[in-house]
Design a protein around this ligand. Structure first.
Ligand code: MEV
Length: 445
């Protein structure tokens, strides 16, 4: 029988939980108490979280960790990272420490332009539409003055609006393609409000535009929405040092390490299967900071991958070279981020993370986030081209395995010690635990 329900949103939180538990769980009491275990005792704090979204039933925890030792453009940072994957923060911290003694990270904002579009259909003379657009363009700006007033005070606003003919793709399809500067806000609401006003003005003005025929007067707006593809909102993060300074790993000569590293990057540049995983490693760093600072990681993900495919083939976001004995490794990444608005002033931990970063501007946050991505990528590619990824990863993953197997503190201590010298695998941990459980673990050092 269908479990569709009407009026669900009007139920109280308790009623929603009761409905869920009764309909989907073998043991409704157990399911209910699990959900309640994750509620915060501080009622106003819980209410705040409940109201972020609809139909909230509980909180879903992600660990918040910190990666210290980052030097970016000469300034020191401890970077907050919200992520569930073990070894990401360890890799970031290790890379940060490594580069802190080799000049640190440099980051540069290349541009900060955001984009929004009104997609519409117009069946008629294209030239007349162009003339109409030129006539109506000043009104598109003036009709949005109420929306843009505050943004202009902060140094932003609408940069330009152009008419784009897309009829080669779909009959009668045109766009108003608008560019925006949204300063310290991500700008989604601002952009969408401007676009919806553009679409109103466009439709209304067309109705009374004398040169149009009756049919031409009826512009059909299909939709008005920002684009999460922001190829002109890009930040570059970079590290470089003399090749001989890549000397931390005694098992590999700096020259060989540099050459293997650059080749690994070249592979990600030309081989999409590798590029996707390579970029996933970059996103481990980027997403963790984006989430911790209350930004929209889905928007960032969508935009970043579109950017990685912008030249027709999906490729690496990072690049590396050796020139005149200098190793350089860099990353260009589009990031539409905000440090005001949205969750930034609402979520107490987001505020905390932003304060930890010195309450950065959106531009500074772009730099920090890009650096976290580059550090992560450096750590991953360094491991891949030297020890392999599993050694470090499984060591970090050990705690997850121990928790899955219900290990107590003594068992954890003993197991971690054992695996300092042995290769971690699920089976090996299970076997060791079984052995320990046959002995008195409280005596194990
Ligand atoms: C794992 O989360 C990320 C890596 O696969 C990234 C990479 O392969 O470069 C290690």
């Amino acid at each position: 029988m269908s479990k569709a329900i009407s009026g669900f949103s009007k139920l109280t939180k308790e009623q929603k939980i009761a409905w869920l538990a009764d309909n989907y769980f073998q043991n409704p009491d157990e399911a209910t108490s699990l959900l309640k275990q994750y509620w915060n005792d501080d009622a106003p704090l819980q209410k705040l979280h409940d109201e972020f979204i609809e139909n909230t039933i509980t909180n879903f925890y992600l660990p918040l960790g910190i990666a210290p030792s980052f030097t970016i453009n000469g300034k020191d940072y401890t970077i907050p990272m919200a992520i569930e994957e073990s070894s990401v923060i360890a890799a970031a911290s290790k890379a940060a420490k490594f580069w802190s003694t080799r000049g640190g990270f440099k980051a540069t904002i290349l541009n900060t332009e955001k984009i929004g579009q009104v997609h519409f259909k117009y069946e008629g003379d294209a030239q007349k539409l162009t003339q109409f657009f030129e006539t109506v363009k000043p009104k598109l700006f003036s009709d949005t003055e109420d929306i843009t007033k505050n943004m202009q005070k902060r140094g932003g606003g609408i940069l330009d609006i152009t008419l784009r003919d897309k009829t080669a793709l779909i009959d009668g399809y045109y766009q108003l393609h608008a560019t925006f500067e949204t300063v310290d806000s991500m700008g989604a609401n601002f952009i969408n409000s401007c676009l919806e006003q553009f679409s109103k003005t466009l439709r209304q003005e067309a109705l009374t535009y004398a040169p149009f025929t009756e049919e031409e007067k009826h512009i059909q707006v299909i939709m008005s929405i920002l684009s999460n593809y922001v190829p002109n909102c890009v930040v570059r993060a970079e590290v470089s040092c003399p090749v001989e300074d890549l000397n931390e790993d005694k098992n590999i000569k700096p020259e060989e390490f540099a050459q293997k590293f650059v080749t690994a990057i070249n592979i990600a540049e030309v081989e999409p299967f590798r590029a996707v995983t390579h970029n996933k490693g970059i996103m481990n760093g980027i997403d963790a900071v984006v989430v911790a600072t209350g930004n929209d990681f889905r928007a960032v993900e969508a935009g970043v991958h579109a950017y990685a495919a912008k030249d027709g083939q999906y490729t690496s976001l990072s690049h590396a070279k050796i020139e005149n004995g200098i190793f350089t490794f860099w990353l260009d990444v589009p990031l539409a981020l905000g440090t005001v608005g949205g969750l930034t002033t609402l979520h107490p931990l987001v505020k905390f993370c932003l304060e930890m970063l010195g309450n950065p501007s959106a531009k500074e946050l772009m730099q920090i986030v890009a650096v976290a991505g580059l550090a992560q990528n450096f750590g991953a590619v360094r491991s891949l081209t030297t020890t392999g990824i599993q050694q470090g990863h499984m060591k970090m993953h050990l705690m997850n395995i121990l928790n899955q197997l219900g290990a107590n503190d003594n068992e954890k201590k003993a197991t971690i010690k054992h695996f300092e010298k042995h290769t971690v695998s699920h089976a090996a941990v299970a076997e060791l635990l079984e052995g320990l459980r046959k002995t008195d673990t409280t005596t194990i050092e």
